[in-house]
Design a protein around this ligand. Structure first.
Ligand SMILES: Cc1cc2nc3c(=O)[nH]c(=O)nc-3n(C[C@H](O)[C@H](O)[C@H](O)COP(=O)(O)OP(=O)(O)OC[C@H]3O[C@@H](n4cnc5c(N)ncnc54)[C@H](O)[C@@H]3O)c2cc1C
Ligand code: SF4
Ligand code: SF4
Length: 1024
């Protein structure tokens, strides 16, 4: 792409990326391409990635790209594996991330019109608001897009009743290369379905939907392929009202039964369901039809020698229908092969697969009652666990050809074309449709701009696979003979600098994308590198030597808010957030990379005074209500300690006051550590400053023990998470005696409410509608979901409403790490959470995390959102008749300081600061260099000639100059930032430590920013 073309695309602003790392992440799909095939495909890094916002932008882009002869590769969520999204001619990847609106719902016609980038899950959620639901969807429902499935073609859940997706599409809007928009209906949909974007870009799809109905399930086990096929045939013949029919093979059942379970803090959080090693058929049907099914099934099972499985298995198979990638953990790669076989040939095909493929081939599939020609078909997705890092992977990959041949021998065909099976386009599409598509492609895209090399491609890889097909018996022998281990094998050594477990997970990630859209780090920014999926892929690149750490990538791993939503969504049950946590320590502690600069200020303040807000230790307990000191103050002995945390102690005092008032009113006996309390050190853990984390943790544990307590009651969720999960884990690791129980105040108060020991009095306050924000750390991290709700519901005159994303699925507020790193992004993330509250009609959003409250208040103010963020304890204590301080003025003041500090601690900020102190900097230069520079300022061109040596010189000079310039620096910082007195007083201690830690990392970026201003100053001074 030339400079002009590049410049043209710049008008997309932050919706275009030319960044090499980002582009690399948009150059692949889910398939792990074998080393022998990769060179045939070549480099698939696009020149740019563009994210159009609407159809008009798509049309402009198509017109321009056609004129410039630049290839366009449409991309939904890249969950396909046929190479359809690979930009094999480079050019532009068109990402539909911003085109995901529901355009119209028509309940009468039972249709919905959507933009192509909407995921099935989000669409279904929106349909449910209209009492509608999807007719069918792929099992990649949590991530894949409507446009992607139409362009890729396929069957999925619901296809038993509703066939292939194409048959459920009423109309499509297609942007063709000359920028025109075509409305396709009826048979014309063939011009875009299964076409993988070679004829244009889908800008809208109208699809049929169905009334929302409760679904029931049943599962049957068949010992053999023959019995299984007979069962399916009988079910079809019986014309039972079944909506969906999915199945897994015996080997799949076996592997699913050993695949890792979802974990939390190292413990499994789901039950292992033992599956029989049989073909397991799972039926889904409307509950209204259940009687018909339950009446017919026993007879059908008996006549086919199959067994009706218990409801637990049926429900498990249904509930985990999106989680098929757990078995990938055992590979850590999978060789895929997908075929369609008519039901008549199914038993033979399954038996042949069993006989001819001796590797661990596992299968899952769906039954389509009315397939091509109205005949029933099975779509079989086969996987063979293998390791893409070994050469044997190439051989095992060859078995995909065997699977294809077997399917063909039984009347079947490949599932799709992509770049691999272009030679089989006629078989995949059918002769007539293929001819129609070829003609349309020639008509609308003579320059072959749209997704070149796909469907009819004819590239090297297709030719190579055709050639390999000819010698398939030999390929099969090699594939079957290749030694392959199956099972999770975590290396005991790091791979490059990546810890062994994280390295394994990076390859075990299926790239399914379930973790992408719901990750707040991603949706705040919208780029793949900011998602778990992108990070895993980058780690692979790094481990294979194609990518190196730089500050941007370090920041990317640090910017995760630790919300843990990804752990829940992952189709492979990967411990994603814990892996990023491990890398924080690896990067910052071990490799001495730079953490987010504000953390260094917090760290210095913590080391000095035990808190991150640069307050004095002596002021830590100033908030504690005078009248409760005797009963609950630090002199009082109790087995439980109330742990306030830094933010309640120094900023949002109302939280601490209200929490102890509430606990007291509920009759809870507790004491308080007072000035012996320290920060819980969560900020240091997430910053990767594990040295400070450990020191602080030890002090806190010792303080609780000294107080003679064995229970810690927290109000702050991060503190709670530390005492509940993190401290015990680290204490075990470090051999520290722990034995402390953590409880959240809402758990205790809710219990008292439950037993009738405590109740809220009636109040005269006006009725109010509130909602509840589950903070990530009290929710997903600590599992406290119901107690806050119980508490709210126990307060008279309160109408409680839930937000759409609640409990385990609740969205993050975007706090701390985003707020510290990119405040603007934090405000956007905060807005999307607040919008949910406004949408459900809440007047107040209750929360209990000081950081969430801080972040949501700042977001609401920045974005002018009509909602009040209120602390739960504050809200409850007010209803007990207490008057509490208004936290807003302090939040605003502290945020102003914080924001200014964030800006200061950037290369630009430091450069601006230096710009205010050139005389002092020049005078501080050692060895008479300052005088020399001043003299050179008088000689035209002399300083300019020195420019190349400044990057070498400055890093050496700065440490020597720092003690001399520090007093001026402190003065200037105090003049620039309206800090509170306590902070101004502490700055002489804090600032040198912060600069010492940051400058070695930042100086390289600061020097280019200060060189010219310094030269200008010296010239100016010389003239004066
Ligand atoms: C866990 C898992 C389960 C799956 N289950 C199923 C299943 O049940 N059934 C099934 O059929 N497949 C399944 N797949 C494969 C895949 O998810 C589907 O093919 C899916 O429809 C692809 O959607 P996508 O948004 O990811 O599209 P992408 O992979 O991004 O794109 C697919 C093709 O469509 C083109 N395209 C995308 N958007 C547009 C557009 N707006 N205009 C024109 N062309 C476009 C792309 O260029 C590409 O050629 C599964 C995959 C995974 C990882
Ligand atoms: S923990 Fe949250 S922010 Fe971090 S990667 Fe997971 S989903 Fe994204
Ligand atoms: S991390 Fe999990 S959810 Fe995300 S792409 Fe990988 S396997 Fe899928």
């Amino acid at each position: 792409m030339n400079a002009q073309q590049h410049a043209y695309l710049e008008h997309y602003g932050d919706r275009v990326s030319f960044d090499p790392t980002e582009r690399r992440l948009y150059g692949h799909d889910i398939a792990a391409i074998p080393a022998l095939i990769a060179p045939l495909i070549g480099d698939t890094t696009p020149d740019a990635v563009v994210q159009p916002e609407n159809e008009r932008e798509l049309a402009d882009l198509a017109r321009w790209a056609t004129h410039e002869r630049i290839a366009l590769t449409p991309r939904g969520k890249a969950t396909s594996g046929y190479g359809g999204v690979l930009p094999i001619n480079h050019g532009i990847v068109v990402d539909f991330h911003h085109m995901r609106r529901v355009l119209a719902v028509d309940p009468q016609a039972m249709t919905v019109t959507v933009e192509p980038g909407i995921t099935w899950e989000r669409l279904d959620m929106q349909l449910r608001e209209h009492e509608l639901t999807l007719r069918l969807y792929p099992t990649s429902y949590p991530s894949s897009t409507v446009g992607g499935w139409l362009a890729q073609g396929g069957a999925g859940i619901g296809s038993y009743e509703f066939g292939y997706f194409r048959e459920n599409v009423v109309a499509v809007r297609l942007v063709v290369p000359d920028g025109l928009i075509c409305e396709l209906t009826g048979d014309e949909v063939d011009l875009v379905s299964d076409a993988e974007g070679i004829t244009g870009m889908i800008s809208a799809v109208t699809l049929r939907v169905q009334p929302l109905a409760h679904v029931s399930v049943a599962a049957l086990a068949a010992p053999t392929a023959k019995a299984f096929t007979a069962l399916v045939q009988l079910l079809i013949a019986a014309k039972l009202p079944i909506w969906s029919m999915i199945f897994i093979s015996p080997k799949m059942a076996e592997l699913k039964s050993v695949a890792p379970l979802r974990e939390h803090n190292g413990h499994a959080v789901e039950h292992r369901i033992e599956l029989p090693h049989a073909y397991i058929l799972t039926l889904a049907f409307r509950s209204a039809d259940a009687a018909a099914l339950y009446t017919a099934l026993p007879g059908l099972a008996a006549s086919t020698h199959t067994e009706i499985l218990g409801n637990q298995i049926a429900q498990h198979e249904w509930d985990t229908r999106f989680k098929l990638m757990t078995i990938k953990r055992l590979g850590p790669s999978l060789v895929p092969a997908e075929v369609i076989v008519p039901i008549d040939g199914l038993a033979g095909a399954l038996d042949d697969l069993e006989r001819q493929v001796s590797q661990r081939l596992v299968q899952e599939g769906v039954i389509v009652r009315n397939g091509v020609g109205g005949k029933p078909e099975a779509v079989i997705l086969g996987f063979i666990p293998a390791d893409q890092r070994t050469f044997n992977y190439n051989f095992v990959f060859g078995l995909a050809l065997t699977i294809m041949k077997i399917a063909e021998a039984h009347g079947g065909r490949p599932y799709a074309t992509g770049i691999y099976f272009a030679q089989k386009a006629d078989a995949v599409l059918g002769l007539a449709r293929a001819a129609k598509l070829r003609a349309y492609k020639a008509q609308v895209d003579p320059a072959n701009i749209m997704n070149p090399g796909k469907v009819f491609g004819g590239g090297l890889v297709g030719a190579a696979l055709t050639a390999a097909s000819a010698i398939e018996p030999i390929v099969q022998r090699f594939g079957n003979a290749a030694p392959v281990q199956v099972g999770e094998r975590i290396p005991d050594k790091p791979v490059r600098d990546i810890p062994g477990d994280v390295a394994w997970y990076a390859y075990a990630c299926s790239q399914c994308g379930y973790c992408v859209d719901e990750c707040d780090q991603f949706y705040g920014r919208g780029w793949e590198s900011q998602s778990p999926r992108g990070k895993w892929f980058w780690l692979r690149e790094h481990m294979e030597g194609r990518a190196e750490w730089d500050q941007r990538m370090v920041d990317t791993f640090l910017a995760c808010t630790t919300c843990e939503l990804c752990n829940l969504r992952c189709s492979a049950n990967l411990p994603i957030e814990p892996s990023w946590m491990k890398l924080r320590g690896q990067l910052v502690q071990e490799q001495q990379q730079m953490t987010f600069p504000p953390f260094e200020m917090m760290g210095a303040a913590l080391a000095a005074e035990g808190n991150i807000w640069a307050g004095y230790r002596k002021d830590r307990d100033a908030w504690f209500p005078e009248d409760l000191k005797q009963k609950h103050g630090s002199e009082h002995k109790a087995s439980a300690v109330y742990f306030a945390g830094c933010t309640a102690s120094y900023v949002e005092h109302d939280i601490g006051i209200a929490s102890v008032r509430l606990l007291d009113a509920a009759g809870v006996d507790f004491t308080y550590l007072g000035q012996k309390e320290n920060c819980c050190a969560t900020p240091m853990l997430v910053a990767g400053r594990w040295d400070l984390f450990v020191d602080t943790m030890k002090q806190n544990i010792a303080a609780v023990k000294e107080a003679g307590a064995d229970t810690v009651i927290c109000s702050c969720p991060a503190c709670d998470m530390m005492w509940r999960h993190v401290y015990p884990t680290w204490a075990t690791k470090l051999g520290i005696d722990y034995d402390i129980t953590a409880r959240h105040y809402t758990e205790i108060v809710a219990e008292k409410i439950g037993t009738g020991e405590f109740q809220f009095p009636p109040n005269n306050l006006a009725p109010i509608t509130v909602t509840w924000h589950d903070s990530c750390h009290i929710g997903r991290a600590s599992g406290v979901y119901e107690p806050p709700r119980d508490l709210i519901k126990a307060i008279p005159n309160v109408n409680f409403v839930e937000m759409p994303f609640n409990r385990e699925c609740a969205h993050c507020c975007g706090s701390v790490l985003t707020l510290i790193h990119e405040p603007e992004v934090a405000a956007d993330i905060g807005k999307s959470r607040i919008d949910e509250a406004i949408e459900v009609g809440a007047e107040q959003m209750l929360a209990l995390c000081p950081c969430c409250e801080f972040q949501l208040r700042v977001s609401a103010e920045k974005q002018h959102l009509p909602i009040e963020i209120v602390d739960l304890a504050h809200f409850a204590a007010e209803r007990l008749g207490f008057t509490l301080p208004d936290p807003h003025p302090e939040v605003r003041a502290q945020w102003a300081v914080f924001e200014a500090m964030i800006k200061l601690m950037t290369p630009e900020g430091f450069a601006a600061l230096m710009g205010t102190m050139w005389p002092e900097i020049i005078d501080a230069m050692p060895l008479g260099m300052g005088a020399m520079m001043r003299a050179m300022g008088k000689v035209p061109g002399a300083l300019e000639a020195m420019k190349p040596i400044f990057p070498v010189l400055f890093p050496r000079l700065l440490p020597l100059m720092m003690p001399k310039i520090m007093p001026t620096m402190l003065e200037r910082v105090a003049a620039m930032i309206a800090m509170p007195d306590n902070m101004v007083k502490q700055m002489p201690d804090l600032m040198p430590k912060v600069v010492d830690r940051l400058m070695p990392h930042m100086i390289g970026d600061v020097v280019p920013l200060v060189t010219q201003p310094m030269i200008d100053y010296l010239h100016h001074a010389a003239r004066a």
